[in-house]
Write a protein that binds this ligand. Structure first.
Ligand code: PMP
Length: 333
């Protein structure tokens, strides 16, 4: 008889997410494309894992003490993960976020009780960038630690010890390729390192959105960006601490409209409501699958729930304002 999981602690609800065979992407690639359902984490995204590992690491190092505060700069999902983990462990959460992220993420953070500080979106070199603002706030707040998800490798450890092991087990060691996009790089580098420790033969491919600089870095050795993307949570311009030493065998660049096409198809044909980074990942996985051939088994990450983007990706006016194709069923609404 199949045993369903029982947990004696809410934090144990993080991770151990299902892996699902994606029908449309598998048909398009001519091989098996599997999606790791990270939207099934309690906070609705892959970032719950990093939040838990970062908080546990700060506790273990003695930096985070009972009643302490965790401060972080985030596009939103890490903040949501941190707020949940901190609520469960009795810590205060202060989140700094650029004000161009989805309203749903801001409302969710407020609803969870996080203290939200909004800053204008700026380049990383600007001292008011959300990352630098969050570091300063942590320094100025008594009993606070800075989560520092971009350079704190407790982030990728969550994926080396958690996500990669789970994927390896769920695919029974038969995995030929893995790909995903990069925000901090924790997911990509952690899973890449974890899978390579099992088998050097697993091809690890970067899927980069336009506007990010990693595709050119891994292809030509130069950080250089081209175009732009509206995808939230991905698109990196530097080699973060989490990306250092990441195994990268090949790389793809995926446009927002390619990613959106998969978001639309997965919703209409398979009943999955996802964010754009998931669509971009699936587009990358289809490219990798085509490259690896008909017997290949490829995995990617379904990063977060689409319910977080009802005012953007699933809103016809917003899509039009960004010159993106509008899902035909939205026009009927
Ligand atoms: N997709 C979404 C929606 C995200 O919020 C993030 C986190 N920034 C990612 C993908 C990328 O994850 P990572 O930070 O591990 O690179």
């Amino acid at each position: 008889m199949m045993t369903l999981p029982v947990r004696d602690n809410t934090l144990d609800l993080i991770g151990n997410t299902p892996l699902v065979l994606l029908k449309g992407p598998s048909e398009a690639a001519g091989c098996e494309i599997w999606g790791k359902c990270e939207f099934a984490n309690p906070g609705g995204s892959v970032k719950d894992r990093a939040a838990l590992w970062i908080v546990r690491d700060a506790e273990a190092r003695g930096e985070l003490k009972p009643g302490g505060t965790v401060v972080e700069g985030t596009a939103g999902n890490t903040g949501i993960g941190l707020a949940l983990v901190c609520n469960a462990l009795g810590y205060r959460t202060i989140i700094v976020m650029p004000d161009n992220q989805s309203k749903e993420k801001m409302d969710t953070l407020r609803a969870l009780g996080a203290e939200l500080v909004l800053v204008p979106p700026t380049k990383f070199a600007d001292c008011n960038h959300f990352v630098h603002t969050s570091r300063r706030l942590a320094e100025e707040t008594d009993g606070a630690v800075w989560a520092n998800q971009f350079d704190n490798t407790a982030n990728r450890k969550a994926h080396i010890e958690g996500t990669a092991e789970e994927i390896w087990q769920q695919m029974e060691g038969r995995i030929d390729g893995f790909t995903c996009a990069v925000g901090t790089g924790g997911t990509f580098a952690g899973i890449g390192l974890g899978l390579k420790s099992h088998s050097e033969d697993t091809t690890i491919a970067l899927t980069d959105p336009f506007g990010a600089a990693l595709y050119s870095y891994y292809a030509e050795g130069e950080l250089k960006s081209e175009g732009s993307s509206v995808a939230e949570g991905i698109g990196q311009g530097r080699i973060t601490g989490n990306l250092e030493g990441a195994p990268v065998d090949t790389q793809f660049r995926v446009s927002d409209s390619e990613g959106l096409e998969w978001v639309a198809r997965l919703l209409r044909e398979e009943g999955l409501c996802l964010g754009l980074s998931s669509g971009i990942n699936v587009a990358g996985a289809v490219k990798l699958g085509k490259q690896l051939g008909p017997d290949a088994r490829v995995a990617t990450i379904l990063c977060d729930t689409g319910f977080r983007y009802l005012s953007t990706l699933y809103n016809a006016d917003w899509l039009r304002s960004k010159d993106l194709p509008v899902f035909d069923w939205l026009d009927r609404a």
